[in-house]
Design a protein around this ligand. Sequence first.
Ligand code: SF4
Length: 502
Amino acid sequence: MCGVLGIFGNDYVAQDVYDALITLQHRGQDATGMITFDGKQFHTKKGLGLVKDVFHTRDMLRLKGHAGVGHTRYSTVGGGGAEDAQPFYTKVFFGVMMAHNGNLFNVYDLKKELWEKDHRFVNSSCDVEVILEVFTKALTKQRINKDLKFDHLCKATKSVFKRAQGAYSVVAYIAKHGMIAFRDPHGIRPLIMGKRKTGLLDEYIFASESVTLDVLGFEFVRDVKAGELIWIDEERKVHSKVLSNKKHTPCIFEHVYFARPDSMLDGISVHKARMRMGEKLADKIKKSGLKIDVVMPVPDSSRTAAIALAAKLKLPYREGLIKNRYIGRTFIMPGQEIRKKSIHYKLNAVKLEFEGKNVLLVDDSIVRGNTSKAIVQMCKKAGAKAIYFASYSPPVKYPCLYGVDIPTSQELIAYTHTHDEIQKFIEADALFYTDVKDIFDSCKKGNPKIKSFCMACFEGKYPTGDVTPEVLKKVAEERLSDKSCAKIEDDDINLGGQMSLA
Ligand code: SF4
């Protein structure tokens, strides 16, 4: 999961791009980058780590220009080195800078094809470089002189749609020819368009989440549609066209976990969707007849759902688990003992809230189960009489091929174990999962116009229709062989809220 944005402003945009990147930090903390264009030159700064650590005053002074593209990265493909940090830039076709959020699961095939057929070398392991090559190749092929037309861009975008398999929300700027944004034919990853009137010309922004627009004072224009290309030309005239007629299937996990609750995605309030998820889970728990003394969230992302759940059950809500916000991310370390210790460093229990109580813990999901187990153990050690564990997402059983680092099915506890076995493994006294229908209804209620969502990690039905068992096998092999990539601990999905996965 990554954060992507582009700002087409009037003068110096680097400060706005920096501020926007801060609002998207929760979507990726591995690396970040920004490229600006000042009418004569592209200026680049990329690096590993957080936005606040990568950009320094000297960089900000150097990043001149009225157009900028930025990115916060969580690595799903490649070694995650600085060479893979986005945005990317190419000198061909006037010069194009580009960034995206998503994942191409045929990236290795495309790289090979670009090399063998088109004699184009892709240097990084980052899939946006592949998209950039496919896009600019399709533009170059049209033998355009100075007069770039919207039709040329449509043809190039269609070429990406044809060749790139997966999910991608792309923002790019073509030197002296304006900013473009497009979303894959199924619109799996979000992309929002905003506008601001500050000078002679309107300023435009494209960003992964609406929170960025709120913070920077842009008015919300609309979500980029599935399969749509938008071009803001140099006169700030907006051209747009939907280039595909595939079904819109936005990622439902954005609403469960990734997106900030203060964002609106595809017309759905993330906050409200999470509240409805909590309420629906409460209905299910109520039927169990269990005696519960207190409801507690596993911080941070589960707070909204846990508050709504507690209210529906008319039970007290308590913050009994305290997260160390400064611990950073946990990378896989050899041995279970070290892993357990690292979880302890991240979370600690307020003993007074547990002693002698039947506690209902609310979390966003269970992935491998190791962290859930460690949390249950910690709560019991703090004196809880019983720990009931409630996941407000359904069992996660299948990998994501669209930009979220969910492991292979064999690594997912819900795929390999029954409900009772999971409860036993995590040492909970009861276990509850939300039903698939309930999260679907929770999100759909926010925007009834959206008829379907990608729910492939729960159901194994991949909306792009091209994910065969062979593809899954190949992707699993590539994942296993990708030793260079420092994978984040699986259950950061549980501890995260704002520690995203891809
Ligand atoms: Fe989102 Fe899951 Fe679909 Fe991936 S598989 S895009 S995480 S819903």
